[in-house]
Design a binder for this molecule. Structure first.
Ligand SMILES: [Fe+2]
Length: 420
């Protein structure tokens, strides 16, 4: 057996052991309130639990759009004293977490309501964990380091993408030590309850609707292809694929389509639950390198990468991939796996996802590919381990080719908006 095949066999054996370990973990999934207006039910629940002082963690854009005020009013009508911390922006930092913690300590809050996208939810998890653990974000980084639990956390996502309301991870930039990202993974980071409320999502611009939705789709697809998938994650992932692929275009075209928004919210939630247990794969590992390197939003890069990774899996993931063709609505094809990949490319073209990223140079590929492979190793139960050359080849397909001068940027490409 060659060295590469031996290493792959060891990875698979290790990940099989990891699957058995995860099966023993006592997941306590959040209580979910669902439907347009369900954030009101979440506020009543927070009051019924007995919290009287609540910190609302959110971002300045949601404040400006008027999303925050009605939720604060809902809480206050329940007799809850509310203090807001509106300082979380895209790619949240340790400094923002510390500032939120200072507000929390000042008010002596009894619980936190995170109102926002994945960035807000991740930062709020760390504020809540910091409040109970007296450990720095650096000390909370890693696996199972949130030993003393956290302040009760409630979540009202305003995007249908990350599924952070149902994941055990929180990622922030460490702007204090220049070490890049810090990721904490702990069952205790799960919120106690969440509201999947389409009303909170109607103001999300079309491009952000698309890239957050495609991120959710990628969570579901990568979880489904994982060797650590279970019967439950299969069910969640298939349903997530059906809901997201069937409703994303409608929500993208008409942001106030509550039915489509609600379906996306549920899809993103189920996808988040599936990948919490089964894990993700190369599309994410590659996007985690290329996105920050090129300064592009996560959902955009992962959407561009996913079909390329699925093509590289070929026979290894083909059977499982074919099973997802039906939920995507292309199951009638004689070659369902190929039809599914084609559908993903069509989505990308429809929504204006770039197929290449400025700043990704030939000389950058070796280090970025090594980092992507290192992320997968001992972490993701991918259907097939790709070698360094294969990952470099995928990344090279994301490099820009010379375009005629004056070609206009599409919305969301190089000079477009950033991820919420
Ligand atoms: Fe993602």
């Amino acid at each position: 057996m060659g060295a590469a095949r031996l290493e792959a066999a060891l990875h698979h054996a290790y990940m099989a052991g990891f699957k058995a370990f995860v099966a023993l973990l006592p997941f306590r999934w959040p209580l979910v309130f669902e439907g347009p207006g369900s954030v009101g039910a979440l506020c009543r629940h927070i009051a019924q639990v007995g919290h009287r002082r609540v910190l609302v963690v959110t971002d300045p854009e949601l404040l400006r759009k008027g999303v925050v005020a009605p939720v604060v009013t809902d809480l206050e009508q329940q007799g809850i004293e509310v203090v807001q911390y509106n300082g979380i922006v895209t790619e949240p930092s340790v400094t923002q977490v510390e500032a939120g913690l200072a507000v929390q300590q000042e008010m002596d809050g009894q619980a936190i309501l995170a109102l926002g996208g994945g960035s807000v939810l991740d930062a709020a998890k760390l504020i809540a964990a910091r409040a109970r653990n007296h450990r720095s974000v650096a000390e909370l980084t890693g696996l199972l380091r949130v030993r003393r639990g956290m302040l009760p956390l409630y979540a009202a996502p305003t995007t249908a993408g990350s599924g952070s309301e149902v994941t055990v991870g929180a990622v922030v930039r460490d702007d204090t030590r220049q070490v890049g990202k810090r990721a904490a993974m702990d069952l205790r980071l799960l919120p106690r309850a969440a509201a999947l409320d389409a009303h909170l999502m109607t103001g999300l611009p079309p491009y952000w609707t698309a890239i957050t939705g495609l991120d959710a789709l990628s969570h579901a697809v990568e979880a489904y292809l994982s060797r650590n998938a279970t019967r439950q994650t299969d069910h969640d992932a298939r349903e997530a694929v059906r809901l997201v692929s069937g409703n994303l275009e409608a929500a993208w075209r008409q942001g106030k389509d509550l039915e489509a928004r609600q379906a996306l919210a549920r899809g993103a939630h189920l996808a988040g639950r599936a990948c919490t247990v089964a894990g993700i794969g190369y599309a994410h590992a590659i996007a985690h390198q290329v996105g920050p390197w090129c300064g592009r939003p996560h959902g955009e890069v992962v959407a561009a990468t996913l079909p390329l990774v699925l093509e590289a899996y070929r026979s290894a993931g083909e059977g499982r991939l074919a099973q997802l063709a039906d939920p995507v609505g292309v199951g009638d094809s004689g070659a369902p796996a190929a039809a599914l990949i084609r559908r993903l490319h069509e989505f990308n073209r429809l929504f204006g996802i770039p197929d290449a990223f400025e700043g990704l140079g030939q000389a950058d590929l070796p280090a970025l590919a090594r980092a992507a492979c290192a992320e997968v190793r001992w972490t993701y139960a991918v259907p097939r381990y790709l070698d360094l050359a294969q990952v470099r080849e995928i990344m090279s397909r994301l490099q820009p080719v010379e375009r005629p001068a004056g070609l206009a940027n599409r919305e969301g490409t190089a000079n477009g908006p950033r991820c919420p």
